[in-house]
Every structure is written in C-alpha cells, then in structure tokens.
Write a protein of this length. Structure first.
Length: 176
C-alpha cells in the first residue's frame, strides 16, 4: 500500500503550485518595493499549514517544500534562497509530527499556539540559512532572520485562520 494517497498528492501539488506561482509573481514585487523578506514566508507557511491539515502525514510538508524549490529554480535559476525554505519545510514537518497532528490541528488552543509557533520558528531558521549565504554582517543576519520569522508568524496566523474556518464550516479532508 502506498504512503501518500491520491488526495495527499493532490494537496501537495495544489498547495505547492499556489505557493510557486505567488512566490514567483508577488514576492519579487514586494521585495523590490520594500526590501523586506517576509512575503515568501507568508505565502509558504499558509501553504504548508494547509498541506499538514489536509494530509496529516509526515513528509507531505517536506514534499511540498521540495516541489516549490524545484519549480522555482526552474523558473528562476538564481533563486538559491529556496534551499532555506526546504529546510524550513523539514523543520515544520518534524515539529508538527513531534507534537502530533491531533494536537496541532484538532484542538483549538493547542493548534493555534503550535502552528503559529512552528511557522515562526521554521521561517526564522530559513532566514538564518538564507542570510548566512547572502549577508556578511552578524547583525544583518539576526535582523534578516527576524524579518523572516515575522513573515512566518503572519503566514502561520493566516494558515490557522483558514484551517479553523474550513473546519468550522465542515470542510474536512476525507479520511480513508
């Protein structure tokens, strides 16, 4: 029996495609206007939160991150910062697995706290990785990582709101 069902693969590809398209159209515009790196994190962690809610399987979040990195690198070969998001996807995947999907998704208060915290931590780690490759000053590294963490916080918050709204309206991923 396969680990990922067709529905899981659908969730991974849909969320990955949305993240890729917005990341390659909207994020560069915001970056050029503001030079603030939080848009990628915001878009990413909304998508990753939806994938973990939809699939509840270890590896789905990482698969989404790998898919987005591959598609982004095909579209923009100079977008090496996507490797930081692959690591962030792995961290988010591990953290949600360690806490448990029922604690991260089904129980209201623990899900809000855990998903927003995990997205903030994961985005901060992505910021540290990206900054260590592209920035030279330690102070800039901390500021850059903090700005990514802010994007993760915003993205995690939006993701939790979407998950809670979908759950409240009875839109639940079908379990086989």
């Amino acid at each position: 029996m396969t680990y990922f069902s067709t529905r899981d693969i659908l969730a991974i590809t849909m969320c990955g495609a949305i993240w890729t398209v917005l990341n390659n159209t909207l994020a560069p515009v915001v970056w050029r206007m503001t030079h603030l790196p939080f848009t990628c994190d915001l878009l990413g962690f909304v998508s990753l939160t939806l994938v973990v809610w939809w699939t509840r399987k270890f590896g789905a979040v990482l698969a989404t991150g790998l898919l987005v990195a591959a598609l982004t690198l095909v579209l923009r070969p100079d977008a090496l910062h996507m490797f930081g998001f692959v690591i962030a996807s792995l961290v988010f995947d591990i953290l949600t697995r360690l806490v448990g999907y029922s604690n991260s998704l089904d129980r209201v208060v623990p899900s809000i706290i855990s998903l927003i915290s995990f997205s903030t931590i994961s985005a901060g780690i992505a910021g540290l990785i990206i900054a260590s490759f592209f920035l030279e000053f330690p102070v800039a590294l901390n500021v850059f990582a903090s700005l990514h963490a802010v994007g993760g916080f915003i993205g995690g918050t939006i993701g939790v709101v979407l998950v809670r709204a979908l759950t409240a309206r009875g839109v639940m991923p079908r379990r086989l």
